[in-house]
Design a protein around this ligand. Structure first.
Ligand code: NI
Length: 186
């Protein structure tokens, strides 16, 4: 497995609508594993294929909290979050149901150094294929719902700062233009 380079906003690949995946082959499985390694190393809780330069509809997610020793724990997880087998690899995810609203402080490996509150659906159902080609439905709330929506946004060419008010977006965009990501000012 290898750690991949994460593209930074506003890289053009991050703005493309990613292509549907027609077949799951060994190359795709290797990419999924490399994406997981890249996400864990960062560390992050989700990563979408366009962030590592592949404009295809696949995301990896692991939102499990960690204890003081750095081990995964299910403390503070919702029942729906506990019901999931981690890590998640979602191929061709499609949101089929959205309910309620939730606000969460989001960050992104492609916009390092910036954290902002974003409003999203509090509950989502997502049809997707597993990396083994099985068609399943994921039911998610809390952080997992937030993360799934954030990652699917990447597949549609959107980063989280584009979900903010025009004022906040313009401010962050300006800071990125001025400072790049070497010395980000949040
Ligand atoms: Ni992101």
């Amino acid at each position: 497995m290898s750690v991949l380079e994460v593209l930074k906003y506003p890289h053009p690949v991050l703005k493309q609508v990613a292509k549907k995946i027609d077949s799951i082959d060994q190359d795709l499985k290797v990419l999924a594993n490399n994406m997981l390694e890249t996400m864990y190393k960062a560390p992050g809780v989700g990563l979408a294929a366009p962030q590592v330069g592949h404009s295809i509809r696949m995301v990896v997610i692991d939102t499990r909290p960690k204890d003081d020793d750095g081990n995964f724990t299910d403390e503070d997880m919702t029942e729906l979050e506990k019901a999931v087998t981690y890590p998640l690899v979602l191929v061709n995810p499609v949101i089929t149901k959205k309910e309620g609203t939730i606000k969460w402080e989001e960050g992104c490996l492609s916009v390092p150094g910036y954290v902002e509150e974003v409003e999203r659906a509090a509950y989502v159902e997502v049809n997707h294929s597993t990396i083994d080609g099985e068609e399943v439905t994921l039911k998610a709330d809390s952080l997992l719902a937030v993360c799934v929506q954030h990652e699917i946004d990447h597949l549609d060419g959107k980063v989280f700062i584009e979900r903010l008010s025009q004022l906040k977006f313009d401010r962050i965009r300006k800071l990125i233009k001025k400072n790049g990501y070497d010395q980000p000012e949040a």
